[in-house]
Design a protein around this ligand. Structure first.
Ligand code: NAD
Length: 361
């Protein structure tokens, strides 16, 4: 079977890590019809926009895409392409596994977690009112009229919507993910002791859905501040974590740091009708074109894509090849060497070639 996959190389280091990833996926033997689409800086140069409408249409058709990072130009009037893609395709679940890889600078060898972060609402919904604007003043007057707790008049306001709909679908996703990926436990992470309505709704939804999975998946809930401490001290107690958008963003970076940093952290954005896989890291413009950065995060994102395409044997072989190369520690990029200036560090494409060589054996 040939799978149709849209590939968005992106900009900065994106094209380098994407081509390294593509070679590794092709080396697994899985047949992919790659449809390459231009986004980010090259698309601005060619089409005057970082996200041409045809890209969304291409992903809607293929239903599966993998992308390199894309720079968000600051102060040039362009909205983040990443946010636009997530919204246009309603990619509501951001899934980030964090698993120890021998040979990395991981702080704890017992980490094997999957973070399921809600991607569409919470304080990231973009409903904000700047200090001293008419809108902020009207809103504050309205709040102060109906609430015992008063808001200072010189406040800026960000709104935190947490809906039943959004909470149900991400929590259900986390439980289904646990079932289909052989995971044992789902933990709802929240701050419902303080935000009794928003986080309280999320927690109660977790408890309700957990009842449907009783006997199959263990459920618990932990306050987000306690969770951060527990993750550092006892990560082996946790398995799948499900969080609202802001906590998910912070906790997934914490977990990426615990397993060795941005160069090896993969991610997936999943919706009902499309899935988009991408490394957690950004476009690292200062390294662009140098064949220097680590391709692992993008290659492990492709492992998640292969699992999504139900190419589980290829996914497992590719992940093992990455692990073997990093464990050996020879054909790895500078960030995986004990000394970042180690002259034996190899380039992006050479590390990918070493991974392909392991795969073929
Ligand atoms: P970044 O992740 O691009 O880079 C920060 C640092 O992390 C780099 O200087 C480098 O030292 C290290 N690093 C990143 N990727 C690496 C790799 N593969 N191998 C080795 N080291 C690596 O973060 P930033 O500098 O904050 O962001 C740069 C641009 O990327 C910004 O415009 C930002 O908006 C964008 N961004 C895009 C995405 C995305 O496309 N999903 C995600 C994050 C940031």
């Amino acid at each position: 079977m040939v799978h149709s996959v849209t590939i968005l190389p992106g900009d900065g280091i994106g094209p380098e890590v994407s081509s390294a990833m593509r070679k590794c996926v092709d080396a697994t033997g899985v047949k992919i019809a790659w449809d390459e689409q231009i986004v980010g800086a090259p698309a601005i140069a060619q089409f005057g926009t970082p996200l041409p409408g045809s890209v969304i249409e291409a992903i809607k058709k293929s239903k599966v895409a993998i992308k390199g990072p894309i720079e968000t130009p600051i102060g040039k009037g362009f909205r983040s392409v990443n946010v636009q893609l997530r919204q246009a395709l309603d990619l509501y679940a951001c899934v980030r596994p964090a698993k120890f890889i021998e040979g990395t600078k991981a702080v704890n060898s017992k980490v094997d977690l999957v973070i399921c972060r809600e991607n569409t609402e919470d304080l990231y919904s973009g409903v904000e009112f700047d200090v001293n604007t008419d809108e902020a003043k009207k809103l504050i007057a309205m709040i102060n009229g109906v609430s015992i707790k008063q808001v200072r008049e010189d406040s800026a306001i960000s709104i935190k919507p947490i809906s039943l709909f959004g909470s149900e679908r991400i929590i259900r996703y986390a439980f289904e993910y646990a079932l289909t990926h052989g995971r044992k436990k789902v933990t709802v992470v929240h701050k419902a002791n303080i935000m009794k309505f928003t986080d309280g709704l999320f927690l109660r939804m977790g408890q309700k859905i957990a009842a449907e999975y009783e006997g199959r998946i263990v459920f618990d809930n932990v306050l987000v501040d306690n969770m951060c401490m527990q993750l550092v001290q006892k990560p082996e107690l946790y398995d799948v974590l499900v969080l609202t958008n802001l906590y998910g963003d912070i906790v997934s970076d914490l977990c990426a740091g615990m397993v060795g940093g941005l160069g090896i952290a993969p991610g997936a954005n999943i919706g009902e009708h499309a899935a988009l896989f991408e490394p957690v890291h950004g476009s690292a413009p200062k390294y662009a074109g140098l064949n220097k950065v680590n391709p692992t995060a993008t290659i492990l994102s492709a492992v998640l894509m292969l699992q999504h395409l139900e190419e589980n044997d290829a996914a497992q072989r590719l992940e093992q090849a990455v692990r073997d190369v990093i464990k050996e520690g020879k054909a790895v990029t500078y960030d995986l060497k004990a000394d970042r200036n180690d002259p034996t560090a190899v380039g992006t494409q050479e590390m990918a070639a070493a991974i392909c060589a392991k795969l073929r054996r």
